[in-house]
Design a binder for this molecule. Structure first.
Ligand code: KG4
Ligand code: ZN
Length: 335
């Protein structure tokens, strides 16, 4: 069974052809076109994102099909991300994919973007099977999910305010680093001292596995204002390293509590922030061989993970058909 999948939930236009044999996925092609337009605005401008998707989607899908070597008739299923994400961006991908499905007379499946991120773990380790614990850390989400079965999920906790990626991006703006700041902070931090400044640990009253990053972002802002521009410029790698350490330690604190209580056979870490080198180092040190990080090409938004999720969803639930819309605030446990 082969799927042509499209992902346009945020600022990446992506298409992929994925094959499933038994419980194994084979990515036959993956094309990702990132939008650079948002850099000059310091964040994503939804209208510009949607327009940029419209401009490139045909080329991206055509390239994915060409690269896969699969003829159009060889596509058995068509899929697209239906949410969560930016409404106008989601519409571009869903409309395009539904039209392809209609033209080819193939079933269509709408995929939850967060479930897509979870499927990046299967693409990264072909031996992985449910159940396992997964941490989704991206620009828009920080969620701790128990994967009960292939398409059955239990949300254990989530951020109460900003996502981990947002903490990187907003903190980076305070430090004058531009968008997206996660990779820049990561790079700078390698030359800095993690214990240069101790940012306050987030205090969370709610019981469960919850995260909070907005206090950290504010603490950085106050720190930068109090110390002044020159101090910040001179100590930028140290400040970046200390700030990154606070984010990563908080993720670790919450996840390790869940890990201790649930004793999962595997812990998968997925999403854009899973690229962070300090996060990888700390989690590998503490969780050893049981931690699995998404492969770098599957960490940030991509259509291969959407394709893999679509194949399983179709196998279990059948098709969604042409009636699927877009669902900008879809939750992680909703198929
Ligand atoms: O998964 P993703 O591509 O998009 C969403 O679904 O949100 O994640 C993008 C996020 C951005 O916030 C970016 O700053 C962050 O991932 N990111 C990183 C690193 N690489 C990307 N954060 C920390 N360290 C990195 N190396
Ligand atoms: Zn994402």
């Amino acid at each position: 069974m082969r799927v042509l999948a499209v992902e346009t939930s945020c600022d990446e236009t992506s298409a992929s052809v994925v094959e499933m044999r038994g419980d194994r996925f084979n990515v036959l092609s993956l094309v990702v076109r990132s939008q650079v337009i948002h850099e000059e605005f310091g964040g994503i401008v939804p209208e510009l994102a949607a327009r940029a998707h419209v401009e490139v989607i045909y080329d991206v899908v055509k390239r994915a099909l060409d690269d896969s070597g699969v003829p159009l008739e060889g596509v058995d299923l068509v899929a697209a991300t239906k949410g969560p994400g930016l409404a106008a961006s989601l519409i571009v991908g869903v409309q395009f994919a539904k039209t392809v499905a209609l033209t080819l007379n193939r079933p269509f499946v709408g995929v939850n973007h967060l479930i897509g991120h979870i499927y990046s773990a299967y693409l990264s380790d072909p031996e992985l099977r449910p159940p396992f614990l997964t941490l989704i850390v991206s620009g828009g989400h920080t969620e701790l999910v128990w994967v009960e079965d292939w398409y059955s999920f239990r949300l254990l906790g989530h951020t109460l305010d900003d996502a981990a990626g947002e903490a990187f991006d907003k903190g980076g703006r305070t430090l004058g680093l531009g968008y997206p700041a996660g990779p820049k902070i990561d790079r700078l931090a390698r030359k800095g001292k993690r214990d240069f400044h101790a940012f306050p640990k987030p205090r969370i009253k709610r019981k469960g596995y919850y995260f909070s990053f907005s206090g950290l972002k504010t603490a950085l802002l106050h720190y930068v204002r109090a110390k002044g521009e020159e101090f910040v410029r001179e100590n930028l790698p140290h400040i970046a390293a200390s700030y990154q350490e606070a984010i990563v330690q908080h993720l670790y604190d919450v996840v390790s509590r869940a890990y201790g209580e649930l004793n999962p056979p595997k812990l998968a870490v997925v999403g854009g922030v899973a690229l962070n080198s300090r996060l990888r180092e700390l989690f590998k040190e503490r969780f050893g061989a049981r931690v699995l990080f998404s492969r770098p090409e599957y960490c940030t938004d991509n259509a291969a993970m959407i394709g893999a999720a679509a194949l399983k969803k179709y196998a279990i639930y059948g098709e969604d058909g042409q009636g699927v819309g877009v669902y900008p605030s879809l939750g992680v446990v909703e198929p």
